[in-house]
Design a protein around this ligand. Sequence first.
Ligand code: COA
Length: 340
Amino acid sequence: MSPIKPIYASFRSIGAYAPEKILSNADLEKMVDTTDEWILKRTGIKERHIAAADEYTSDMAAKACELAIERSGIAKNKIDLVLCATVTPDYFNMPSTACIISDKIGIRNVQAFDISAACSGFVYLLSIAKAFIESGMKQNVLIVGAEKFSSIVDYTDRSTCILFGDGAGAAIISATSNKEEGFIDLHASADGSYADLLITPAPGAIHPASQHVIDTGLNFVQMKGNEIFKLAVKTLTNDVKEILAKNEINPEDIPHFIPHQANYRIIKAVGDALKMKDEQVVLTVGKYGNTSAASIPMAINDIWESGRLQTGELMLLDTFGGGLTWASALLPFAGQAINK
Ligand code: COA
């Protein structure tokens, strides 16, 4: 009997979508008591994209998915799992946004579901795709992080409305027998005792939709920004140090460090702690703001489209978000590079 060949999960393609409308810091100056200078200095954000009133999470996700599928060269009928990470689903209860996306892109009769892990959603999806593929249950998994964060932001609250943007990023994760193409390592974790640091209190079983919810703004995101900032720097730094040490990889050998794009100061602090050079660290927060589950795939898409991401090159992903959740991943880009 021949031995069973191991199966690995490989990152085959990337696609992303940012809505057309741009909300600049100058626009926000007219809406709340803030300045372009304050926002830039404290967050590094210059502008963010905002979906149109009739453009939903599933619409943005479908556009990113179509690109990722086309770039993978894998036929739609070979995709056997569709996963969406979002905290701004089209519907809060049912159906899942993954089901709606599947319908919009013409993939039917395959398993589809959503996960909720806030800004860590995309790396959580990688862990799920990896498990399904390495167990032999699925072959080609379409994953997408998508958010219409503007639908839960209070545009009279200056402490949150300056940070977030809308968008989507998708990838195809496929089975391979080539170990060189496979994910190297992935770590995902959570600590629910910090749940109140970043929360959208309603609608949900605790606060179902009501006039009270509307009158008190419980349907908007609430954040303890300063506490999150400190925890984010500490957790992200420890997480990447751990995954690099475990795999005996030096920070200087990482060509693409792609952290969650929440705040330039958080990214800079983590990059400095790892003694990374600026050219190793991918930065898109200035033009997209924090797009939650879409942030990391939108950043990967940026370096792919600009020709910076080559086949076989190592990506180090690192993320942090509501829950609290956090995750990191070390993996090569196993898709086709763009020739620029
Ligand atoms: N414009 C002008 N002033 C503002 C402001 C704004 N948009 N938002 C807050 N301020 C004020 C505060 O009212 C406070 O004023 P005070 O000193 O008179 O009380 C002052 O700025 C400092 O507030 P603080 O909250 O301590 O600022 P900060 O340096 O921590 O920056 C964040 C605020 C939100 C930018 C920062 O904490 C942050 O990015 N946190 C992480 C958020 C995050 O990543 N969330 C998502 C996790 S995935």
